[in-house]
Design a binder for this molecule. Structure first.
Ligand code: 13P
Ligand code: 13P
Ligand code: MG
Ligand code: MG
Length: 375
């Protein structure tokens, strides 16, 4: 029997890009648009929205099949395969980059694509924000998610709204050891910060409202290099957040992006860089393959679908396209210029344990015999 609940799935993949790791070209997006339209016509999904952030293709799908559903994952996998094939034919850069495994067994988790999925009981009104970023990693959401759901200086509702005063529970994944812990805020806020202050290892995966365990946020948490055993690109992340009415307001979800902040990624996945909030038209990476960019999509879920306009088109708000984020964009470019002055010297470059490229290891190996013992 079909579940009466609604599922929001965002499944994303770098299938190839134009002129380096820059942007998903239109012919690849057209494939996704075509296939998801067909899936909506046959009733597999109820609504969809295809977009890109830099070189990452993002499939936002709304359906009634629950999370980790084989048909939904197969649909996404087939879109990525077909788009990667087109990318190969066009000799686009990094064709099929994130498709790390050829044998598909019904779920894209662990195969390269990033996944954030949430099954919800629709509230009277169900505002949703989807964050998606390029040239960074899932730990990039730690800082804003902490601010949104735990920091009363960001989220007035934690102080003012009685429905939020019970706090929120955070599931933190250790991506190296593949184990998770749930911490409750405000009581365990210091323990939470102790972990998620290391975003390359501890990643917020899910958040629930403590009073009723209602799911509030879900992020993608793969680590491609751990799947592939080598650097293949960063795990450019996505995150789904529910808003309003006993949850953070839209404006509280967007407030952490009023300023730029630093994330791991950028050039060759090996540098600290400032995250720049941008509208969809600016969701492409240029300077030093960045700076890392984030978009925010706003929508309403309505009876299992994305609420539509009079022409039946899903209504999508391009939230960072607003002038209110001009200051963060300016800041990001200033931070970018400061960091780039330092070239390959830490802290501009990531520490050796976080460096994605293996070049450094090879250099050490090459020099091994020339190192002489010093008395
Ligand atoms: P809610 O209506 O979701 O409680 O939000 C109130 C508000 O003023 C948000 O800024
Ligand atoms: P992506 O992870 O976005 O493909 O970027 C890879 C890279 O090396 C950028 O410099
Ligand atoms: Mg790429
Ligand atoms: Mg990317």
């Amino acid at each position: 029997m079909m579940s009466m609940k609604t599922t929001i799935s965002v499944i994303k993949c770098d299938v190839g890009s134009l002129a380096g790791h820059h942007v998903v070209p239109q012919p690849l997006l057209n494939i996704a648009e075509r296939r998801l339209k067909e899936a909506a016509e046959t009733g597999l999904i109820n609504s969809y929205f295809v977009f890109n952030v830099g070189d990452d293709m993002e499939l936002l799908m709304v359906h009634n099949k629950g999370v980790d559903n084989t048909e939904i994952h197969t649909l996404a996998w087939n879109v990525f395969q077909e788009a990667a094939k087109k990318a190969t034919n066009l000799k686009l850069y990094g064709a099929g980059q994130d498709l790390l495994v050829t044998a598909f067994s019904g779920n894209v988790r662990g195969l390269g694509p990033g996944v954030a999925e949430m099954e919800i009981e629709e509230r009277a009104s169900e505002p949703i924000v989807v964050l998606a970023a390029d040239k960074t990693e899932p730990g990039a959401w730690n800082y804003p998610l902490f601010k949104i759901f735990a920091d009363p200086s960001n989220t007035a509702g934690l102080v003012i709204d009685p429905k939020m005063m019970c706090g929120f529970k955070f599931e933190v994944l250790d991506v190296i050891e593949n184990k998770a812990v749930v911490l409750k805020c405000p009581e365990e806020m210091y323990e939470l910060i102790a972990l998620i202050g290391t975003p390359g290892r501890y990643v917020i995966r899910r958040i629930w409202r403590a009073s009723d365990d209602m799911i509030c946020a879900v992020s993608s948490t793969t680590r491609l290099s751990l799947i592939a055993g080598r650097y293949v690109g960063k795990d450019d992340p996505v995150c789904i957040i529910r808003a309003q009415h006993g949850l953070p307001a839209l404006g509280e979800i967007l407030a952490p992006f009023m300023h730029s902040y630093f994330v791991e990624g950028w050039m060759r996945g090996s540098h600290w860089g400032p995250l720049m909030p941008v509208g969809l038209k600016d969701a492409r990476c240029t300077v030093f393959d960045g700076p890392p960019r984030v978009v925010a999509i706003g929508l309403q879920i309505c009876n299992g679908k994305i609420a539509c306009d009079d022409d039946g088109k899903p209504m999508i708000a391009d939230l960072f396209a607003d002038v209110a984020f001009d200051m963060a964009r300016q800041e990001a470019m200033q931070f970018a210029a400061i960091l780039r002055r330092m070239g390959e010297f830490m802290p501009a470059r990531l520490g050796p344990e976080e460096l994605e490229y293996t070049g450094l290891k090879e250099t050490l190996k090459k020099l091994e015999k020339r190192f002489k013992k010093v008395e």
